[in-house]
Design a protein around this ligand. Structure first.
Ligand code: ACO
Length: 433
């Protein structure tokens, strides 16, 4: 018998089946042949929240959650954060290789020359209520771009796809910055093509009356590093949304808007905003014990802790902690850092957290750093969405090119009624909720 196989005995029928094992995986469809009789649909697996199901084959990002390893296209995240710019990393994710000097120059030029928004898109954004959350504005405006670029529907045309990808990566900082300026009531700032990707984003966020915005280099570099760390993370909730929505061959603007919507939730990209709220609620280092007790008693979660994949220190959190020190040298130390460090110190020794392998994740320190850099908490998830757009689009490209992929459509286990007699309205009883 071949070594890379799995033999299954169905105790209902005493029949034995042999299925191939490839990359430590069996194909779910190989189970369908396991039936109790001709009327039986065949065996399925039940896996709510995809705890043990691979939905695709991917060569983009590798994570070893037990060892705390993260690599993009084979390159360790630490090396990329030290040596690259965000746009270089976006290129790597999309094309599979780091760009040569010439390729990078062209790539930066292309992205830089797609940062402008159509004036009607600007007007669309002006229609939001003054208090609109920047993430809602971000999601809706990305979706609205689908109406500006109807040709984006040609998802099987590689050149067209690449055109939309360049547009999206170029425009997400502009949309993010305009969402922020709208929220604070400042006039929108147009992009400045002399500046780098992150400097230009800072320009669109914070330029006031000065003729030319000059970014603080340490902050611009730290933001670029944060963008690198957030660029991709394999099949997380929002990437799964991107792939699932993209599988219906919808255009990339609508698919990115869906992915960004998934990111907005407090269990995903919204966690960094929640961390700040939690640190505010704790208030001081002395109150950390009390708060931890509440969490252990089942009242809420320690935001910024725990991860579906990492059962070790999130490598991104390590880099952020280091990078935060460089930022604090310029901005002064964020007083919340003391509370965060104390939370981490206690959690890493506490039985509850140790047993469940709960370590700080990327969101634990990023919020403190963003705040020190001058960002308001409502912007944190938007800051996550900008670089993750490059990851979503890389995963989308991979999806479209994968001949095995079809429209995503999970199965269910139906637990409802069998066929019932219709009840006329006068004979129905009220539903008790
Ligand atoms: N604080 C306290 N307890 C926690 C935490 C936490 N942050 N995270 C998990 N646990 C506990 C759970 O209550 C559960 O305990 P139990 O076994 O006694 O029931 C156990 O640890 C396992 O947790 P699950 O919820 O089953 O883990 P899952 O993989 O489904 O969830 C998640 C992962 C959503 C990230 C979770 O850890 C969490 O909610 N963390 C806080 C929110 C957060 O920081 N999210 C950002 C994640 S990173 C990102 O998306 C970029």
């Amino acid at each position: 018998m071949a070594e890379n196989t799995l033999t299954i005995t169905d105790n209902r029928t005493s029949k034995t089946y042999t299925v191939p094992v490839e990359n430590g995986t069996i194909r779910a469809m190989d189970l369908r042949q396991i039936k109790t009789g001709p009327e039986d649909f065949g065996l399925m697996t039940y896996d709510p929240a995809f705890l043990n199901t691979a939905s695709c084959q991917s060569s983009i990002t590798f994570i070893d959650g037990d060892k705390g390893i993260l690599r993009y296209r084979g390159y360790p995240i630490e090396v990329l954060a030290e040596h690259c710019t965000f746009l270089e990393v976006a290129y790597l994710l999309l094309f599979g290789e780091l760009p040569t000097e010439k390729e990078l120059k062209q790539w930066v030029y292309d992205i830089t020359h797609h940062t402008m928004l159509h004036e009607t898109t600007k007007k669309f954004m002006e229609g939001f209520r003054y208090s609109a959350h920047p993430m809602s504005m971000f999601v809706s405006t990305i979706a609205a771009l689908s109406s500006v670029y109807p040709e984006a529907k040609q998802v099987h045309d590689p050149a067209n796809r690449m055109h939309q990808i360049v547009r999206l990566i170029g425009k997400v900082p502009s949309i993010a910055a305009m969402s922020y300026r709208h929220n604070v009531g400042f006039p929108y700032v147009y992009p400045d093509n002399d500046l780098s990707y992150t400097e230009n984003f800072m320009n669109m966020l914070w330029k006031m009356v000065e003729p030319k915005y000059v970014a603080q280099p340490a902050i611009a570099r730290a933001l670029d590093i944060l963008f690198i760390l957030h660029a991709d993370h394999e099949q997380n909730c929002s990437t799964n949304a991107m792939r699932s929505v993209g599988s219906s061959q919808t255009d990339p603007y609508l698919a990115v808007a869906s992915a960004a919507s998934a990111l907005a939730g407090p269990l995903h990209g919204g966690a960094n905003e929640e961390v700040l709220k939690m640190l505010d609620e704790i208030g001081s280092k002395e109150k950390v014990w009390e708060y931890m007790k509440k969490v252990k008693d089942g009242h809420g979660k320690l935001m910024g802790f725990g991860h579906r994949i990492y059962k070790n220190y999130d490598p991104r959190a390590k880099i952020i902690k280091w990078s935060a020190e460089q930022v604090f040298e310029v901005t002064g130390r964020n007083p919340k850092l003391e509370i965060a460090l104390e939370l981490e110190r206690i959690a890493l020794q506490d039985d509850y957290f140790v047993k469940r392998k709960l370590y700080p994740n990327v969101d634990f320190y990023s919020g403190i750093m963003y705040q020190a850099m001058g960002f308001r908490p409502e912007m944190f998830t938007v800051l996550f969405a900008i670089p993750r757009t490059a990851g979503w689009l890389s995963q989308w490209q991979e999806l479209i090119a994968d001949p095995e992929q079809k429209i995503a459509r999970p199965r269910q286990i139906y637990t409802g009624h069998d066929v019932r007699e219709f009840v006329p309205i006068e004979k129905r009883s009220a539903v008790t909720v």
